[in-house]
Write a protein that binds this ligand. Structure first.
Ligand code: GLA
Ligand code: ZN
Length: 677
């Protein structure tokens, strides 16, 4: 099963009428009409209302909310509401609350607060999901099921510990295999009974928070187990829904680059992917592009839903700026450009009280339809309506893949040595940014993805190398492709044990290098790296991590300029089959990363569209009927002039763009060209 069937981009989002008296609902729908909001996500936090006591279900409120949406002809994304459990449940069954990393059993409070291993929680959450499905499954307005909300966090209670032991038995079969995988001969850790195994926490293996562990293998497996335990919660509810609803797709809202959950392990169990886009302070378009592409990669390139974004300000940060005029529209189109087939907000009407009362909403506390935010939402609604369904189901025609791997992320960031300063997301983002700045479409894919269709595969900090990946990367190069890998790659196997081989382990033949030593320095130290020669060359700076490379067949592309390893290679290129393995041995600055990435792209004639216009993003999608869409997104606060490459029709303005003739893009402006054949 795939995305909800639709003939236009669903537009709307989280709506919580349960917080309001009914006369407000009428007014809401009047405003939704004005803004052309056609889709509402209902019931995300209604468990306490739907089930006021263990033996009592009361659908009065949810019935009313669903009926009101139906009466106004809206499409409904209906939630199971299990992202926060009711207070009575925690009182009657203290086991449903979580135990934190420090070992404190929590009492009732907050949300995303349930122990994933609690049999009571698992039973009651599946039951309420089933009841909701049973009641509303045959309503045509319900186009999607929204299970839970933003799964995440972790629990360290005795039930989770028991669950962990069971998970380990299944993974390893014997204690002997487990002892080998965890290298327990170190520090006298040999386990003789499964019940000796503890959850890795502040009370056991950890010493300075979740990233500082004595046994990476144990902590890594606990992260995998916790991800699977929450996935089991999702699957409980999905199975309960499926008993009553055979054909309506099920999702849960992800959070992009969210470290605690391995979304690649989750993805096969969702009918379609969806995520909540709350970019960090800088709101960097490359960060959002990477996140969108990662989410699109979850289901093999199928479009996803933008389940939440803020119409303007957030509330959860220390400082919460408003989105500048035009920015919300720009970011919405950016999501569509990267594969979103729905544009949804959190939230429709601002809560009156509690922690999100200042979180930006389509309708503010005064209920006005003449605020800047409301007007921008309404005009985007009108624009999406005119745009229609032309992009629905459209695919991204990428020739470049970037590998993203939660195991590598976890292993790298909990490693003692060589440097705590090397952060997975930052390195990956640096390489993605270089591709983004080059104007290249990228598929961000798991390490298990089929790589046979790509000319270029970029694999930043591929710390853990699993399965047959090295062979599949070699195959990319052998048939003429390029593989770009970096420092701290090919270091450990899936149990986080070092390869008993020269670094970069299984990648060494492809990269044609050998690394015996690596230097780590503080953020203030930079070693200049000379890249290439003559006017095409560049002197970049490298920081944090410096591997000392001995070429074993590779040619030297860049060299360190300082310290005792001055003159030795920092960047190499190895001929392999008809293609190449590129190795970047140091933490190059963005200019350096950009230089290397351009060399690789040039080899394959993969040209970005407008590399001279740094704030201008381009993204392509090809619709199922072959229609080619080119999205042009100006992230700069000034207008730009763009020379048209191909001719086409701007679907947002109806304007014809002639090939070769320059056209303008406003500050934060967007154009969507249907390219001529
Ligand atoms: C998350 C949640 C929403 C809401 C928003 C805004 O994405 O899913 O319920 O809390 O953030 O903070
Ligand atoms: Zn637990």
């Amino acid at each position: 099963m795939n995305l909800p069937v639709s003939s236009s981009t669903p537009f709307g989002g989280d709506y919580s009428p349960e917080q309001w008296p009914q006369d407000v609902w009428k007014e809401d729908y009047r405003l939704f009409d004005t803004a052309r909001i056609d889709t509402v996500t209902l019931g995300v936090f209604t468990w306490a209302q739907t089930q006021p006591a263990e033996e009592l279900y009361d659908f009065t409120v949810l019935d009313g909310i669903v009926a009101e949406a139906e009466a106004h002809g809206r499409r409904i994304c209906l939630a199971t509401g299990t992202g926060a459990h009711p207070a009575w449940m925690a009182r009657a069954h203290p086991e449903v609350t979580r135990t934190d990393f420090e070992g404190r059993r929590h009492r009732y409070g907050q949300r995303h607060n349930s122990c994933p291993s609690s049999p009571v929680f698992r039973r009651l959450s599946a039951e309420v999901a089933g009841r909701i499905a049973e009641r509303y499954a045959d309503r045509p307005a319900v186009i999607a099921w929204h299970v839970g909300n933003e799964y995440g966090g972790a629990c360290y209670c005795e039930r989770c510990t028991a669950g962990f032991r069971g998970w380990l038995r299944e993974r390893y079969g014997t204690l002997e295999a487990l002892n080998t995988a965890w290298n327990t001969a170190f520090w006298s850790h040999t386990f003789y009974d499964w019940d000796e195994i503890e959850a890795p926490s502040a009370l056991t293996e950890h010493w300075r928070g979740p990233d500082h562990t004595a046994f990476q293998g144990i902590t890594l497996d606990y992260l995998r187990f916790m991800s699977d335990a929450m996935l089991a919660n999702f699957r409980d509810e999905k199975a309960a829904i499926r008993r009553f609803s055979a054909g309506t797709p099920v999702t849960t809202n992800f959070m992009g680059m969210y470290r605690p959950l391995d979304y690649h392990r989750w993805a096969p169990h969702l009918d379609f992917a969806s995520w909540d886009n709350y970019p960090p302070e800088d709101g960097s378009p490359a960060w959002m592009g990477l996140s969108h592409d990662l989410m699109r990669g979850l289901k093999d390139g199928q479009p996803f839903w933008l389940m939440e974004q803020a119409p303007t300000t957030t509330a959860c940060r220390d400082v919460n700026p408003v989105k500048r005029p035009g920015v919300m529209r720009l970011w919405s189109w950016q999501a569509v450009a990267h594969g979103a087939d729905a544009v949804l907000y959190f939230q429709m009407r601002a809560s009156r009280g509690a922690s999100e009362k200042y979180f930006g909403a389509v309708i503010n506390h005064a209920g006005r339809d003449d605020t800047r935010v409301f007007r921008e939402v309404a005009s985007l609604g009108a624009e999406l309506e005119r745009f229609g369904g032309v992009a629905l189901g459209a695919r991204t025609p990428a020739r470049t893949a970037l590998l993203f791997d939660w195991d590598s992320w976890w292993a790298l960031e909990m490693s003692d040595g060589p440097s705590r300063l090397v952060r997975y997301q930052q390195v990956v983002l640096g390489y993605y940014r270089a591709l983004w700045e080059a104007g290249v479409d990228v598929d961000v894919v798991p390490v298990t993805a089929d790589l046979s269709g790509y000319d270029v595969v970029v694999a930043p900090v591929l710390h853990m190398l699993k399965g047959d990946l090295a062979a599949r990367l070699e195959a990319v190069a052998r048939r003429g492709g390029s593989v770009l890998a970096t420092y701290l790659s090919g270091r450990v196997d899936e149990s986080d044990n070092a390869f008993l081989a020269d670094v970069p382990g299984p990648l060494a033949p492809l990269m044609g290098v050998r690394v015996d030593e690596w230097d780590a320095r503080g953020p203030d130290f930079a070693n200049p790296v000379r890249l290439g020669e003559g006017p095409q060359g560049l002197v970049a700076e490298a920081r944090l991590l410096f591997e000392l490379v001995q070429p074993r067949g590779a040619e030297v592309i860049g060299t360190y300029q300082a310290d005792f390893y001055a003159g030795t290679p920092a960047v190499t290129r190895n001929s392999f089959g008809a293609g190449h393995g590129w190795y970047v041995a140091a933490g190059l600055d963005q200019a350096g990363v950009g230089w290397v990435v351009r060399q690789v792209l040039d080899t394959h004639g993969i040209a970005g569209r407008y590399p001279g216009l740094p704030g201008l993003e381009t993204a392509a999608r090809v619709a199922p009927d072959g229609t080619r869409l080119l999205f042009l997104l100006n992230h700069a606060a000034e207008p730009v002039e763009v020379p048209a490459e191909a001719g086409g029709l701007d679907l947002l303005t109806g304007e014809r763009i002639e090939p070769g003739r320059p056209f303008g893009l406003d500050a934060y402006g967007v154009r969507v060209l249907r390219e001529d054949d």
